[in-house]
Design a binder for this molecule. Structure first.
Ligand code: 13P
Ligand code: SF4
Length: 370
């Protein structure tokens, strides 16, 4: 039986001078293990983590088996910012990052003395692919009067060119702070997240035109129809979604923030516009509530991802066991690039100190009992 299913993915590559072209990439998704295989591989992983003084740091979009294993073994399941904070604070000598490449690179940049392994080095992100460092550097050179703010979902080389890095949980307060200081901003790479922050803060922002293949697929018209079918439901939206979808949201926030909203809001039903991998944690933390996936199908749908990131899906138990056994898939970042990139990440972590970013954001609209 084939061990991986190759998935061809099309993503937006912004062009010099405006517009976007379509480019292609591949993701290879491992086959699901049967129950006997799973038990054996999980036991190997538990032993491997202990033997290697390693901790597993996972994102909410990876397979539920990996999320559960991370928590059972003293690791964490979190959004991008918390993954970075957790790995940075944890004393383990090895960080095993189950997510996509930029998450492993961020961990390595912050912890050069630690070994950082990933189940899959090829697990990337359409935002990272859609922001090549050389083109981005040229864009920055054209606008030297702007503060460069980049989203975490970028390569180390792009971060090396930035003044600030942000994640979806802290982008608003950081841009608000820069705007209050009178700064003009160059933002990359997600055009939807950038437009959302621009609308919320009123900041002068020049936007790179990248997009997430998962969130870009949510459809506003179809979402409205679904809302009409569930009149008491609250709509939870990740801000990488298009503006027309964000406009329909009751809560806009990072993965952790929308999970907290599902836990704390009095509604019984939630429509969720983000990667469906998040539903595992939402159901565990808000038992008895109903979660409905926001629609990606519709008259203009392609559907590039059908609400599940193909690169997050590359992470599997067998790959994780393999890297712990062999030390394969270690993340390396060129020291000069890492040293330049550390600056903008550390700035964000310093800014975030003492902030409760897990709380649902202040942009909650229309909350009330369903
Ligand atoms: P969060 O930081 O909100 O988890 O987002 C990461 C991501 O890649 C969303 O697509
Ligand atoms: Fe990138 Fe989108 Fe996948 Fe997140 S869900 S890693 S933004 S492609």
């Amino acid at each position: 039986m084939m061990n991986v299913t190759p998935i061809k993915v099309e993503f937006d590559l912004p062009l010099k001078g405006g517009g976007v072209s379509t480019a292609q990439a591949w993701a290879r998704v491992p086959r699901e293990l049967d129950a006997v295989e799973k038990a054996a591989v999980k036991a190997n992983i538990r032993n491997g983590l202990k033997a290697e003084d390693a901790v597993l740091v996972a994102h909410y979009y990876v397979h539920p088996d990996l999320q559960d294993l991370a928590e059972e073994t003293g690791g964490c399941v979190a959004d991008s910012l918390e993954m970075a904070r957790f790995g940075n604070a944890h004393p383990a000598k090895t960080l095993v990052v189950a997510g996509v490449r930029f998450m492993g690179e961020t961990a390595k940049i912050l912890n050069p003395e630690k070994r950082v392994l990933m189940p899959e080095l090829e697990a990337t992100c359409s935002l990272d692919l859609g922001c090549p460092p050389d083109r981005f550097a040229a864009f920055c050179d054209e606008h030297p009067d702007r503060v460069v703010v980049v989203y975490a979902n970028t390569s180390a080389a792009v971060k090396a060119r930035a003044d600030w890095m942000v994640t979806s949980s802290i982008a608003l307060p950081i841009v608000r702070h820069l705007h209050a200081e009178g700064k003009k901003i160059l933002w990359a790479p997600d055009r939807h997240l950038g437009a959302y922050i621009q609308a919320e803060t009123g900041a002068d922002m020049l936007l790179w035109q990248g997009a997430c293949i998962v969130h870009d697929e949510f459809k506003a018209l179809e979402l409205e129809a679904l809302m009409a079918e569930h009149p008491g439901a609250k709509v939870l939206v990740h801000p990488e979604s298009p503006a027309a979808v964000v406009k329909l949201a009751d809560v806009v926030g990072s993965t952790t923030q929308i999970i907290r909203a599902a836990q704390t809001l009095p509604a019984r039903t939630f429509i969720v516009a983000t990667d469906k991998g998040i539903l595992h944690k939402m159901r565990a933390l808000a038992p008895g509530k109903t979660f409905v996936e926001a629609p990606t199908a519709g008259s203009s749908a392609t559907c590039k991802s059908c609400a599940h990131c193909p690169w997050m899906a590359m992470n599997g138990l067998a790959g994780l066991a393999h890297v712990l056994e062999t030390g394969a898939n270690e993340i390396h970042v060129q020291p000069a690039i890492a040293s330049d990139a550390r600056h903008c990440i550390q700035r964000m972590l310093d800014f975030a100190k003492g902030m409760n970013l897990a709380a649902p954001p202040s942009t909650v609209k229309g909350i009330g009992p369903a």
